[in-house]
Design a protein around this ligand. Sequence first.
Ligand SMILES: *Cc1c(COP(=O)(O)O)cnc(C)c1O
Length: 385
Amino acid sequence: MIKGIFPVEKFSPLETPFYYYDMDLLRETLDTIRKETENKPFHIHYAIKANHNPRILKEIASYGFGADCVSGNEILKALACGFSPETIAFAGVGKTDREMNIGLDHDIFCFNVESKPEVKILNGLAAAKGKTARVALRINPNVDAHTHHYITTGLNENKFGINQQDLPEILEIIAESANIKLIGIHFHIGSQITDLSAFEDLCVKAAELQEWFNEKGIRLPVINVGGGLGINYQHPNHCPIADFESYFRLFEKYLKLQEDQSLHFELGRSVVAPCGSLIARTVFVKEGLQKKFLIVDAGMTDLIRPALYQAFHHIENISSDGEYTPYDVVGPICESSDVFAKEMMLNRAERGDLIAIRSAGAYGEAMASQYNCRPLPASHFSDSL
Ligand SMILES: *Cc1c(COP(=O)(O)O)cnc(C)c1O
């Protein structure tokens, strides 16, 4: 067991639970992404919703990457943390007038529009400001991402995106909308995708759709393939960085870009998940009839992924090197789903031991709640402890 990656002595005086971010790993990840995309017409828009901690956002913005936002407040937060407005893509099925106006006021790069009424309303709001809104159509490519049904988004019967049958009508609406400029097409097929063949299917679909637009005399300078690259939750120590090399190479191979066309990616999880751990303290070790329960002071309010989508997180007891013992690791919240893991092999634990719930940097802190009047978890960073 690699205990060395956590500064356990520095953790001891800190109040738990808290998120701990390994900033070296974040930078190594960002370096890898930069290396795999520089000298190519590839653009990264980090999906803010995965983690909007300002320290994390500032680090990502410092690399010159763009932002993918799903609310008006995310746009404001991205701007406050150093992302440039001309790199901001704005997605979402239910953008309100206020949110669309925030995007218009800051002249963001692109609105990813998801329905006919959205085009009409956005056109009206842009006209009122004497501006032109650049839009990409979010199209459902009907590609199965083979991931959990709560996080698959690219199938036809889904609240997200525009179905292909509706494209001719939406093009008519755009043609009548003087303040809308169509610049591209956008897809997002799901999240935590580890079978990269789903992205191959997406490339084929994107090429077909682009051909359809070209036949109508429409050029698309922007192709946005969304996010979704998965990480290895089972082996955070052996595979701390997602397979960006294969991922970007796949798009280079299967999606031939036309001249002056750029390919856009909206990666969230793969950028920030591995660098974050939720650190909790053992409150009690409770012996059941057959099981041993490790009751910790973090709960589903701090990290909801296991309760919400049966997500797996590797867990370590970072205070002990005792014999490996199976524990059900559970939180204190009054919900039966407040379970982080069943039968997790941990070094023998006692009251007070610190445990690390790994790969929690994405959709962890960002989804925390105050259910049961709990405080929001704090955050600490490897370079400022
Ligand atoms: C959530 C989301 C992303 C990021 O997805 P990850 O799986 O975290 O990479 C990208 N684009 C859109 C439109 C999203 O909703």
